[in-house]
Structure formats: structure tokens, C-alpha cells
Design a protein around this ligand. Sequence first.
Ligand code: PLP
Length: 372
Amino acid sequence: MSHVPYLELQPGLAELAPELTEACESVLGAGHLVLGPQVEAFEEEFARACGSAQCVGVGNGYDALVLGLRALGVSSGDDVLVPAQAHITDWLAVSAVGAHPIGVDVDEVTGNLDPELVDQAWTERTRAMVVVHLYGHPAPMDRLAAWARRRGVAVLADASHAHGARWAGRPIGAWGDAVAWSFYPTKNLGALGDGGAVTTDEPSVAQRVRVLRNYGSTSRDVVLERGANSRLDELQAAFLRVKLRHLDEWNARRSLGARRYVEGLSGLALTLPRVTDGATHAWHLFVIRTAERADLQAHLAAEGIETLAHYPTPPFAQGAYAALCIDPRRFPHATAWAAECLSLPLGPHLSMDQQDRVIDALARCVTGSGGH
Ligand SMILES: *Cc1c(COP(=O)(O)O)cnc(C)c1O
């Protein structure tokens, strides 16, 4: 009985090995290693793919969030609305700029920020809102952006799960005042190491990120403000240009895998992911919900099937935020998502055979028929 790993990167690297090798050779030949022509070309190509005017490459997704918040004018003492269930970095980035993360409960169906709840979380000091397109399912950006505009709140989207997603037919990179991206190797668009970017239509926001990523300097020996070192290197940019050419096709394979799961698992007592009107899902993760997660995970592990939970502890319940003393009852949906979410193996190189093993194992151990 062969093992079904949660995610394997090696088959994707093997598929693209000739192109990645060629990209590497072109960097070796050019001799530029950090912030050079490959980064510039990637920024242009990724901006175009995102439907946004500007793209600035940075060191990783966390820095994209931190520098994005700073470029939108968020600073010490501000409040920033963040989903109560998200990646820990969405909260850490808010804290890193000296602002206070204000949790907002998430939607029961998608796990995304609930537009019905943002207004009651709003405070006089609310300067910005971080919207996370959780699992690759876009958040309802038209409603969130309309509310934010009314309240004068800046919108930073975290699209690190959502390369290739669309909302209301527009690329997800075209929604929000700025969009932060991670190119960590496991993402839909992954580098061969760390990488990130901020996209935006606003030239002044892009320019501020450009300055902040390089110590705060506008030119050699001129430092305007206290910046960071968060530069994208030429090798990663060259690899990302290769990966970007394959993003749509690899996302189509993810989407096919998701469809096969939905067909194969319907009728079981599990809550399957649902795609809401207006959403084109990027299927970064295929997340089911079950009240018996621990048992199910153990059963699957015994059959050699690896699963993960994204994320078993909401940011507000982590030790990092223990000082805030947040009562989990304030965020019932986030708490339920954290307790019940289970991510099944999914990726552009998961074979149908491997996927059938996951479906068969679930059919054997999940009884009854459940709702979706
Ligand atoms: C991966 C990820 C991040 C962090 O990105 P890094 O590049 O690891 O810093 C942030 N937000 C989300 C939603 C992510 O999935």
C-alpha cells in the first residue's frame, strides 16, 4: 500500500526542470543577483497577470503584509481589522507595524471575513482591514471594498492562497488598495525558496514599498525613512517567471482534483467546500469539515494518507496573543473552523490513483450521509 503524501514538490520541479535550469543559467550568465532585470521582468509579468498596474517584489509573504500595511499608512496605535481565523502572519504583520489587530469573525461557509460583521468591529482608530482569501476562495471583495470606502478604511488583501483566483470575473490582484502575495514553495505560485510581492494600482503605494524594501533608501546613500531589507533575488524571480507561465494550467489541475473530491465524497457525513456566487476558487487547499477530525486524521494516517489542518489554532488563541485575553466565544465561526477543518492532499501533481485512495479511505470510515 503506497503512501499518499500531503504534498510533494518534487514532481513539479521535475516537470519544469529544463525550464528552471535554463532560467538559472541565464542568471549565471548575466551576473545580476539581487533586484536586477529578472525581478523587473517578473514584476511586470505578475502585475499583468494580476490585472494591477504595479508589482513590487519582496523577500516573503510576511514582509509583503508588513510593507503593504506601512505603505498604506498604517502605523503605531492604529487599529486594523483582521479575520479571526487566518494565517498567524496576518496578525503578526499588524503587530509588527505597531498597530492593534482587531479580530472579526469569519463566514460559516467559506471561512472568509464576514462583511456583515466588519462594521460592528470598526473603531475610530481603524485605519485598515486585512482581507485573506482563505484556502484560495476569494472573499466578497465588492461588499468589503464598498464598506471600507464608506468608512475610509484601507484594504490590504492577503492573496497568498489565491494566485489565479477571481472575484466577479476580475483577477483577485485587482481587488483592494494593495495585495500581498507569498511565493513560498508550497503556494500555487511558488518559488524555489522564499519570495513575495505587493501589487497595487496606486503608484505612490508601490513606490513606498520599493523604498521600504531596500532600507528606506531612494538612491545610494539617501535614506528617507527607516525601512527593511526585503529584496527579491534574481534567481527566485527567474524561477517565478517560469512558474507563472504554468500557473493557469496547474490551477486547472487543482480545480479538476477538487471536482473529483466533491463528486467522490458527496453523500458522506462531511462538510465539503462550497464555492459561492462570484468566486473563481484557486483551490490552494481542499478543506473539509468534520466534528471527528482527530479520529478521521488518525484513521487516514493508519492507511498511509497524510492530512493537515489549516489552522487548528486561530491566531487570537496562540500564545503570541495570550496577553489580549480574547474569549473564543466572541468568534464562534472561527473557533468551529479551527476545531473541524481538515485539508486533504491536493496539488497539480496528485495522481487520480492517489486521490481515489483518499476517497476510498474516507468512504470506508465516514458513515451516514451528511450535509454540504
Ligand atoms: C504562506 C502564507 C503567508 C506567509 O508567507 P511567507 O512567505 O511564508 O512569509 C501569509 N498569509 C498566508 C495566507 C499564507 O498562506
